[in-house]
Ligand binder design. Structure first.
Ligand SMILES: NC(=O)c1ccc[n+]([C@@H]2O[C@H](COP(=O)([O-])OP(=O)(O)OC[C@H]3O[C@@H](n4cnc5c(N)ncnc54)[C@H](O)[C@@H]3O)[C@@H](O)[C@H]2O)c1
Length: 388
């Protein structure tokens, strides 16, 4: 079996390469990336606070440590000739598609960034799906990490992909949940979902749409083996995700910034559980369905999380930074009582980390070594104009 993984240099993609190599030692694991993420983070003046090795160094170290079945190809998925050749030459059985520009705030910087994000994400997915189709590989399992952000924030129990709709005449149908995403980035994943659905409908190509929630944490079992295997860890406003940025704030003794009322509910999964569940989805297989999973382990109200983390910080460090409510820099619905259905997903994964707050001590311990780097980038937690 050949497994292609796009976005292999990314926060989730790199640890996923290693986990796939461990779990499928007889199979060929090929990573693709164009190093866009390294450039975008540099562009906003930041860097991964955990130093990351080059791809050559990563692969060399991985081979030395026994992950012998991985290799890497540099390329841009927006280039359809590159994608065609890739698919023709390697004839993958599974494509794990993680490549994307994944930052909502980055997609909102200006028209160029919105344009780039939408073109990059939508065309990369389209190129992969069509290359598989044109090469006669419609039995290949296409798996994409889309996002729970596709659902927006409706005052509903959010289903796993589909919703039963009843019209005013009493007719019923089961339809894909509408794409009511609230950023120019998140919208791209709704577009991808429809393109996968369409490709599945027209060709029977098995597509698993993994609605990934906010991923947090520093390590997986494999990245812990050596410094050179570390994955990136961003804490700036544009690329640092919620828990990760807040742990850095705790280390810098900087009040946890809560956007708006803090009544927003957000879903989470650790990077270990995110990677393990993707491996499990590959193992499970998919014959011909368009299947949706809500890839989350818990969901929490933001202001509650800020309080919990302050209490946990008090226990771990003997001090806590407090909370600062700031005007919401995002246009988003803050008041909603929505809940997530993840019952199908929980049959795929037995989480190693059921509660994010319980990981604080080990995350702080791991990051404390990079305290200087965190302090160097602390002005980038929140842009000055947002702090006021
Ligand atoms: N991290 C999260 O909290 C989260 C949450 C929901 C969904 N996701 C999704 O999961 C996936 C991985 O997220 P991540 O956090 O690892 O992001 P990441 O930015 O670290 O990884 C994405 C990788 O894709 C590469 N890439 C982007 N466009 C490319 C192109 N045209 N050609 C080749 N490579 C390209 C980037 O260089 C980067 O290394 C993304 O699709 C993201 O939208 C992530």
């Amino acid at each position: 079996m050949t497994i292609l993984i796009t976005g292999a240099d990314g926060y989730i993609g790199w640890p996923l390469m290693l986990k796939l190599a461990k779990e499928f030692p007889e199979e060929r694991i090929i990573g693709i990336d164009n190093f866009g993420r390294r450039r975008w983070v540099e562009e906003v003046g930041a860097d991964s606070v955990i130093p990351i090795a080059t791809m050559e160094e990563r692969i060399k170290k991985a081979h030395e440590l026994g992950f012998k079945n991985i290799s890497f190809i540099y390329g841009d998925l927006m280039d359809k000739e590159f994608v065609r050749t890739l698919i023709r030459v390697f004839k993958p059985d599974v494509v794990l598609h993680l490549a994307a520009q994944p930052s909502a705030p980055y997609s909102h910087i200006n028209m160029d960034k919105a344009h780039y994000t939408q073109k990059n994400n939508v065309l990369s997915t389209l190129n992969l799906l069509w290359a598989l189709r044109e090469e006669g590989l419609t039995k290949a399992h296409f798996i994409e990490t889309t996002t729970t952000g596709i659902y927006g924030a409706p005052n509903l129990h959010i289903p796993e992909g589909f919703v039963e709709v009843i019209d005013k005449f009493g007719n019923r149908d089961v339809l894909p949940f509408p794409n009511i995403a609230s950023s120019f980035y998140h919208v791209t994943k709704g577009f991808d979902a429809v393109n996968m659905w369409l490709m599945n409908m027209q060709t029977g190509m098995p597509c698993t749409d993994v609605r990934t929630s906010i991923v947090y944490g520093v390590d997986t079992e494999e990245t812990m083996l050596d410094e050179k295997l570390s994955t990136r860890f961003d804490v700036d406003f544009y690329f640092g995700t919620l828990f990760n940025r807040w742990v850095a704030m705790i280390i810098a003794n900087y009040p946890l910034t809560v956007y708006g009322s803090g009544n927003q509910i957000k879903p989470f999964i650790s990077v270990e559980d995110a990677c393990q569940s993707l491996v499990n989805i590959v193992k499970e297989g998919n014959e011909e369905e368009y299947r949706v999973y809500n890839q989350l382990v818990e969901y929490v109200r933001i202001r509650d999380l800020a309080e919990e983390l302050n209490r946990a910080a008090e226990e771990v460090l003997g001090k806590s930074p407090g909370i600062k409510f700031i005007p919401n820099p995002r246009k988003e619905k803050e008041e909603s009582e929505y809940r997530f259905d993840n019952s199908k997903f929980m049959k795929v994964l037995k989480p190693k980390y059921p509660k994010m707050k319980d990981t604080l001590a080990e995350t702080v311990e791991r990051l404390n070594r990079f305290k200087d780097r965190i302090l160097a980038y602390k002005d980038l937690f929140i842009p000055k104009k947002v702090v006021g």
